[in-house]
Design a protein around this ligand. Structure first.
Ligand SMILES: NC(=O)c1ccc[n+]([C@@H]2O[C@H](COP(=O)([O-])OP(=O)(O)OC[C@H]3O[C@@H](n4cnc5c(N)ncnc54)[C@H](O)[C@@H]3O)[C@@H](O)[C@H]2O)c1
Length: 358
């Protein structure tokens, strides 16, 4: 199975995609490292912890649990974990192994970024969404009550180890949530990947290994390439936010409890697609193909009762909104997007309204 590399001005690290790849973790722990802190959630540990513990072998280690869930993705939980690390002998030589979904990899990655001013982290994502997106690229962080991921840091891992086999235990709704991020990669950068998702829903939904592995590898390649060119999201990395500007507003409006992150992004991609068509950037045919593909991996939780005007108002407080200017990532065709702040407000409102019903 292939390895991909993320290469920034400060570091270069591998993203390994391999069934059974957990067994490789030991080779990424630096020779002089002190204790390894394996941070996970109890559900993931019960299912897959034994394999990770076996792979760590006799390297000194401790296992810590984070409770999980978007409402617990908060600074207080980072502090609790840090106190536990110190109590169990954590110091500057320690290394963190983050083992879980995207919430866990964001929280444990952020802990690594700030523990004793920064220690290394190895990311081992266990949801589809974290494997194709969250664990790659070094973005870590936690939520504030007033907004998502508003505290955080760029902290690139030593390595990312992706074992597609662990997805067999993932609940179907979580699997679908990850599929939406893969559709995103197809729309922004890879028409072939998009058409695979569009034409093969049965094989995708039945976890056909060759399809799952290809979806993951293509996504990892795209994410690694985009992050390598623009680690701090000054330019090209912003294309990865396709669907996220609208999606974050929907998540905030519904109290982070009604939609999984990937589901909110799915809705956001529909809104961005409709906006792209209204701005005449995107053909009617491509608009329909994108909407059809997203809908074919639904259903999304009910959207009735959500006020479009409140979503539109929330767009302005997104952390990517700079000096009141919202930068939208809009599709120009399947496989290419454009970043623009130059859109008509009435089209934004109309796209939100239409996306709530289509
Ligand atoms: N840092 C980034 O670049 C980035 C990118 C995208 C998303 N994110 C973040 O990722 C988070 C969403 O992550 P998520 O969708 O993975 O949700 P999640 O972390 O909540 O995981 C979903 C659920 O599945 C469980 N689980 C994980 N692996 C499992 C397995 N193999 N089998 C059975 N159950 C398993 C988890 O414990 C959890 O209950 C959001 O907070 C989002 O902001 C970050």
């Amino acid at each position: 199975m292939p390895s991909y590399f993320v290469e920034t001005s400060a570091c270069r690290y591998p993203v390994l995609v391999e069934r059974g790849g957990l067994r490789n973790v030991r080779q990424f722990i630096p020779e002089r490292a002190g204790k390894a802190f394996l941070i996970s959630t109890e559900d993931v540990w019960k299912l897959h912890g034994a394999a990770l513990a076996r792979a760590i072998g006799d390297h000194p280690h401790e296992i810590l649990f984070f409770p999980g869930g978007e409402p617990r993705k908060r600074l207080a939980e980072v502090e609790t974990l840090a106190e536990q690390m110190v109590a169990r002998g954590g110091d500057r030589s320690s290394v963190i192994v983050a083992f879980g979904g995207g919430i866990l990899t964001d929280v444990a990655g952020f802990l690594a970024a700030i523990f004793m001013r920064g220690i290394p982290v190895i990311q081992i994502p266990t949801t589809l969404l974290a494997q194709v997106d969250a664990a790659i690229g070094g973005k870590t962080g936690v939520n504030l009550a007033c907004g998502k991921n508003l505290l955080g840091s760029f902290h690139q891992p030593l390595a990312v180890i992706i074992d597609p086999g662990v997805l067999d235990t993932l609940p179907e709704r979580e699997y679908r949530a990850g599929l939406f991020e893969i559709i995103k990669h197809g729309v922004i950068a890879d028409a072939d990947l998009f058409w695979l998702m569009s034409r093969e829903p049965q094989r995708v939904m039945s976890h056909a290994p060759e399809v799952v592995d290809r979806m993951i590898c293509d996504s990892v390649r795209i994410k690694a390439e985009v992050v390598s060119g623009d680690e701090k999201e000054q330019d090209r990395r912003r294309i990865l936010n396709f669907g996220h500007t609208f999606g974050h507003a929907l998540e905030a409006e519904t109290g982070y409890s009604q939609f999984l992150h990937g589901e909110a992004v799915a809705w956001g991609m529909k809104a961005a697609t409709l906006l792209g068509a209204k701005e005449r950037l995107l053909s009617v045919e491509d608009k329909q193909e994108i909407l059809r593909c997203v809908n074919s991996y639904g259903p999304l939780p009910p959207l009735a009762g959500i006020d479009p005007a409140r979503i539109a108002a929330r767009l302005k407080s997104d952390k990517k909104t700079v000096q009141g200017k919202i930068h939208f990532v809009l599709p120009e065709r399947i496989g290419a997007v454009k970043i623009t702040a130059d859109v008509q407000e009435r089209f934004v409102a109309a796209a939100i309204e239409e996306a709530l019903t289509c």
